[in-house]
Design a protein around this ligand. Structure first.
Ligand SMILES: Cc1ncc(COP(=O)(O)O)c(C=O)c1O
Length: 426
């Protein structure tokens, strides 16, 4: 009989318990979506503060019409590897993305698949990889392929560039290139990578290359929606970017950005998933073409401005209400500390009851005592929606404190030394 591996038992049990409570794997049963609300747990309508479609483009009528038209013209799937034959639409989309990034790009069905093609080609066994301890799991998965080929791999404390510099100095005489792997915007706490300092280090150390998963930075930030990283620095010759189109761009798929055309072509011709996996669906490619067209319009900045106003309001109001917001980052991801998993369950259940859906962030995504509410804002929700969420939370925290069930200062303290390095790498 199948035995659940010991180390997964806890995760499995947590998911199963959470599902029974309606806070994990919640099922949305609406027959039509509007982006702002969803119906969960057999009939409860809640304002959706777990949506990562930051600009609200997933229900944009122009994009929807483009996708419907594409299915009628090209069918639901073009069933061949692009290595043999593919729709010209693929190349059209790459050309359009090059207008946003001003660098060569490859498109692929998911960010994860993009990293899996990129890393084994970019990274040599003589290289060293240093991963931020919070870099997304999909980068870690691709790094494991490099490690299995003999590349030296280690983790580093979150965003600590003084330690990075020490590491570079330790490793630089023994390795060809040094790769630092990070997220552009971290998907749990919503903090942005220190790009300006990294630019300085890339200029200082010839061997340093920076590989960034900017999945959560795409569209809402940067010139023409090119993402958080390019909102901070200009493209650097030793910078490699991957961005998801299933968040800010509102369509699905991913785009990988390279410093030069030879690298792009080598990865397209030799990357395992580029060769052996199927292409993006035609409806996704055509909706991405429409989404890029929207990104390139002169009024695109209005959409970015709308989300920035919501982000700023969230921070300002949390301060006024003394909500234990962990970090105040100008990104659409917020993390409110609640401490234990039991508190996480208590908060999320009460929030659903009150008409708000937020994600519960718990172990192993965050350390055990750092459970929190991971809240995303989109252009679908109004300033009034944000206000009512935060006022509810403030009242709930006050009530829990008066009953001795919660202590916001204790929670703040639990997050102070927040970042821990895992004991083992792999
Ligand atoms: C930072 C980050 N990168 C990558 C992904 C996975 O993207 P994809 O589903 O395109 O593989 C996620 C998941 O949401 C993410 O948060």
């Amino acid at each position: 009989m199948f035995q659940i591996p010991k180390k997964l038992e806890w995760v499995n049990d947590t998911f199963n318990t959470g599902q029974k409570l309606g806070i994990f794997k919640a099922r949305v049963t609406d027959q039509q979506l509007n982006g702002r609300t969803v119906t969960v747990n057999s009939g409860k309508e809640v304002i959706f503060f777990g949506n990562c479609s930051y600009l609200g483009l997933e229900i944009n009528p122009e994009i929807q019409d483009a996708a419907i038209d594409a299915i009628r013209r090209y069918g639901t799937f073009f069933s061949s590897s692009r290595s043999f034959i593919g729709l010209d639409l693929n190349e059209q989309l790459e050309e359009q993305f090059e207008k946003i990034f001003e660098r060569p790009v490859n498109i692929c069905p998911t960010t994860t698949l993009g990293h899996i093609s990129n890393l084994p080609i970019l990274v040599d066994r003589k290289d060293a990889i240093i991963m931020d301890v919070f870099v997304h799991q999909c980068v870690q998965t691709a790094v494991a392929l490099c490690k299995s080929e003999g590349t030296h791999v280690e983790f580093l404390r979150h965003s600590q560039l003084d330690l990075l510099e020490e590491k570079i100095n330790q490793l630089k005489d023994k390795h060809r290139n040094i790769w630092y792997m990070i997220d552009g915007v971290y998907s749990m706490f919503g903090d942005g990578a220190p790009m300006k300092e990294l630019e300085y280090l890339m200029n200082k150390y010839e061997q340093l290359h920076v590989y960034v998963d900017d999945a959560h930075g795409m569209s809402w930030a940067g010139p023409k929606g090119s993402g958080y990283v390019l909102s901070q620095i200009k493209y650097h010759e030793k910078l490699f970017l991957g961005a998801s189109l299933s968040k800010g761009a509102g369509v699905g798929g991913a785009v990988m950005v390279y410093p030069d055309r030879k690298i792009k072509e080598t990865i397209k011709n030799c990357g395992s998933t580029m060769v052996f996996s199927g292409p993006m669906h035609p409806s996704t490619i055509v909706s991405a073409l429409k989404s890029v067209e929207i990104h390139l319009r002169p009024d695109f900045g209005d959409r970015q401005l709308a989300i920035k106003q919501r982000i700023e309001y969230f921070i300002k109001r949390s301060r006024q209400l003394n909500i234990p917001l962990i970090g105040e980052y100008l990104t659409p991801i917020f993390f409110i500390g609640v401490g234990s998993i039991e508190n996480g369950i208590m908060f999320t259940t009460a929030l659903i009851e009150a008409g708000f859906f937020v994600d519960i962030a718990s172990f192993p995504s965050v350390p055990l005592k750092n459970t929190g509410l991971r809240i995303t804002v989109t252009n679908h929700v109004s300033i009034e929606d944000i206000d009512s969420l935060l006022v509810f939370l403030s009242d709930f925290i006050t009530k829990m404190e008066s009953e001795g069930k919660f202590d916001r200062e204790e929670v703040r303290k639990a997050f102070a030394p927040k970042v821990r390095v895992p004991k083992e790498t792999y």
